[in-house]
Design a protein around this ligand. Structure first.
Ligand code: FES
Length: 301
């Protein structure tokens, strides 16, 4: 049989498949399913935690070394606190809120509309949230997991999009290009969270003296900023800003070094994305439960 007459060679392109139709035999549905469950749980938990407006701050003693000393831990979902609705330190400590002296702009203003629920988390979470939502890795992951576009390579797509669908070339997905601007804010947040990890290393004695200490909360917040730093500093947009814009990078050795560092983190961007997502959620859970008295903060030093 000649090559031309062999039906195997008469494939017509593009191949149109029904939604989910594929000749793949591997469990291609597993990864999008895990991504769906992971992101769904995180979105539900973080929204709930942001709405609580209490038990996001812990100021108290623990167990082990320096158990009488007061630690000061702030949940990364609420850092930095711009406004607080606690009117004094006692109320703040009792309900796990930031005291007025800790909030950058002080107390919630009296003109705050009664119909807008107040939480310091909502004043800041849009920045790291927008950064993650528009991340190149997450875009690919949730396009597959949430609306099957496509569900996986070589798997048929649903046809709900209509003939004019142009993906990220037109509205609304073209707005994903805002990622490069969210990146600048996200870098700033790494410094805020680094400062919170630093504050978590200083305990106050019953006599009011500040001294260096390490509690479980210190470790939780330090690991949190390391993982978020690994995710943020491996961003594709940052990589472009650092070195991608340069034609002859080898002529700028310092810049080349930074570019190599970002590239190194970028190679494992997906891993950093998931580790930092899980840990930032766990950090909030830890501080919430310690603040509620369910867990006791163990002091190592
Ligand atoms: S590409 Fe993922 S954080 Fe920028």
């Amino acid at each position: 049989m000649s090559t031309r007459n062999n039906p195997r060679n008469n494939l017509q392109l593009p191949q149109v498949r029904r939604a989910g139709q594929t000749s793949r035999r591997d469990p291609w549905w597993l990864q999008p399913s895990v991504v769906f469950v992971g992101l769904f749980l995180f979105i539900v938990y973080s929204t709930w935690a942001a709405l609580q407006n209490e038990h996001y701050h812990f100021s108290g003693g623990g167990a082990g070394a320096k158990s009488e000393h007061r630690a000061d831990y702030l949940s990364p979902f609420y850092a930095p606190v711009l406004l607080t609705d606690a009117s004094n330190v006692e109320e703040a400590d009792e309900r796990g809120k930031a005291p007025p002296g800790m909030a950058w702009l002080g107390e919630k203003p009296g003109w705050w509309p009664w119909w807008i629920p107040f939480s310091p988390a909502f004043l800041i979470l849009w920045a790291p949230g927008g950064f993650r939502l528009t991340c190149y890795y997450y875009r690919g992951a949730y396009y597959k997991a949430f609306w099957g576009d496509p569900p996986a390579c070589a798997v048929g797509e649903p046809s709900f999009r209509g003939g004019n669908y142009r993906g990220e070339h037109s509205m609304p997905l073209i707005l994903q290009n805002i990622h490069r601007y969210f990146m600048y804010l996200a870098v700033l947040f790494i410094f805020f969270l680094g400062y919170e990890a630093w504050r978590a290393m200083w305990f106050i004695s019953p006599e009011g003296q500040k001294s260096f200490g390490i509690g479980m909360g210190t470790l939780v917040l330090t690991v949190n900023v390391i993982l978020l730093g690994g995710y943020t500093f491996g961003c594709h947009s940052l990589r472009h800003v650092i070195g991608g814009v340069k034609d002859n990078l080898s002529k700028a050795p310092a810049r080349k070094k930074c570019y190599d560092c970002v590239s190194c983190l970028n190679r494992q961007h997906m891993l950093w994305a998931w580790m930092s997502l899980i840990w930032v959620g766990f950090s909030d859970v830890y501080i919430r439960l310690v603040s509620m008295g369910v867990w006791t903060d163990f002091r190592i030093l």
